[in-house]
Design a protein around this ligand. Structure first.
Ligand code: AMP
Length: 444
């Protein structure tokens, strides 16, 4: 036994057993999770890691925020032959941001070994990515479009792959990546392992799995249940003509530590952003039409807490994993109820321990969409009234429950109140935005 190995054994004796023991991971990986501070595996990790390290194909139904990245990154690292610099793992994700997050997790968890990770995403200079590939990288993380681009140029070879991961498969198919994904999968070795992660398994994902996976084993950590238990969810009936004012009033009331406001279209997100710019500090917008540098800047500032309110569209917003997000506001009711689950999953993050809050603005003629969401999550949303912006509700099939969130209970509220930068968001105590009693009445 080498001195190096003895030292590591000794470390383990001192630190005692890890919650990650018994999942089939090597001690190298257990040391890595310990080093990043993970003590116990999340449910998806406990269920998915043993399946993935067994070498079988696997489908994990889980959303971002449940620790799903490490659930496939740790088994992926186990497959890497560090002496060889050829691509061994390919992970595809729907967005550049998600690719960066996955690559970051892979780098964090592989610090103890000589593993190189290359990101291949659109909107970034391709030359740097080519240079990283030419230097040698065992893990390639990227969006399907850029992966195809690099394949076409003959700069990326897939015949050495041992594992392919399709992360957020439902969203990749939603945004039209199916042809690219299929072309890529056809070039991968047929004896590879394939892991598929998806918050939902609609028929197109099922068909992809049937075509390109071999008798996959399934782990279902239903996203809906996670969301229902970790986020207080409300709907707000709004007059479409007064939505902006209702949003501002709501923000003053709930005083989020950090919030994401979801819009349905890129144009809608831009419009809301420009209208709010004059009213609120620390805001930014992020959507697919913005230059990559602007997207990166917005994400960096949001991650660092410099941006408190991020206005986003579904495609870009859904992968955001920022632990400070206390509130989600669906300014536009999501078009598909699956999107609701993804949006709301941006709060109630596993790392913060707080209960997040989600508000969905619904116009009177959008009752059906609201009912669709409630059926999807198998839960009635509570009604929340923004004082001064009450709208008489058309009768819906569901019963309206009572909701009593208070500004005090809003996660991170103390930080919000104590932050001098946030005066424009936070009504001064002596001159409140609304008379106190209005708030009281408003909370049904
Ligand atoms: P993900 O769902 O992969 O986006 O992970 C959400 C967040 O949870 C990330 O910030 C991870 O660093 C964190 N995380 C993942 N696994 C664990 C764990 N076992 N214990 C604590 N935090 C974790």
């Amino acid at each position: 036994m080498t001195a190096h190995a003895r030292l590591e054994d000794n470390d383990e004796e001192i630190l005692g057993p890890s919650g990650f023991d018994g999942l089939g991971l090597t001690r190298e990986s257990i040391r890595a999770v310990r080093a990043v501070g993970y003590e116990t595996p999340s449910p998806i990790q406990a269920a998915f890691i043993p399946l993935a390290v067994s070498g079988r194909d696997g489908i994990g139904q889980a959303r971002t925020g449940t620790g799903k990245t490490a659930a496939f990154v740790l088994p992926a690292l186990e497959r890497i032959d560090a002496d060889c610099l050829d691509p061994q793992v390919l992970c595809m994700t729907p967005t550049r941001e998600l690719s960066e997050q996955v690559a970051e997790e892979a780098r964090r968890l592989s610090r103890t070994r000589p593993v190189f990770v290359a990101t291949c995403v659109g909107g970034k200079k391709i030359n740097q990515q080519i240079a990283a590939l030419q230097k040698g990288a065992q893990i390639i993380v990227g969006t399907p479009g850029r992966v195809i681009d690099l394949l076409n140029r003959g700069l990326l070879k897939l015949h050495t792959l041992k594992l392919v991961v399709l992360d957020e498969a439902d969203r990749m198919l939603d945004i039209g990546f199916r042809p690219d994904i299929e072309r890529i999968l056809k070039q991968c070795p047929s004896d590879r392992q394939t892991l598929l992660l998806s918050a939902t398994i609609p028929p197109p994902v099922e068909r992809l799995a049937q075509r390109y996976m071999r008798d996959p084993e399934r782990v279902n950590l239903s996203a809906d249940q996670v969301v229902v238990h970790t986020v207080d969810q409300y709907y707000v009936t709004v007059d479409p003509r007064r939505k902006l004012e209702a949003l501002v009033k709501l923000l003053f009331h709930v005083r989020p530590r950090q919030a994401i406001v979801f819009c349905r279209t890129k144009r809608g997100a831009d419009k809301l952003h420009s209208r709010l710019l004059t009213r609120l500090p620390h805001i930014a917008a992020i959507h697919g039409d913005l230059a990559q540098s602007a997207r990166d800047r917005a994400m960096k500032n949001f991650r660092e807490g410099k941006v408190r309110l991020l206005i986003a569209t579904d495609v870009v917003g859904r992968g955001i994993d920022v632990s400070g997000v206390s509130h989600i506001i669906n300014y536009d009711v999501p078009e598909f109820s699956d999107d609701y689950v993804h949006r709301v999953g941006r709060t109630g993050r596993l790392s913060s321990g707080d209960i997040g809050m989600a508000f969905t603005f619904v116009a009177n003629d959008e009752g059906d969409q609201l009912t669709g969401i409630e059926m999807k999550i198998n839960k009635l949303l509570d009604r929340f009234v923004v004082p001064g912006y009450e709208v008489e509700e058309r009768k819906r099939a569901t019963t309206v429950l009572s909701a009593t969130p208070s500004a005090d209970s809003a996660p991170g509220n103390e930080r919000w109140q104590n932050d001098p930068d946030l005066e424009a968001f936070t009504p001064a105590p002596k001159k409140p935005e609304l008379p106190e009693e209005d708030f009281g009445e408003g909370l049904e």
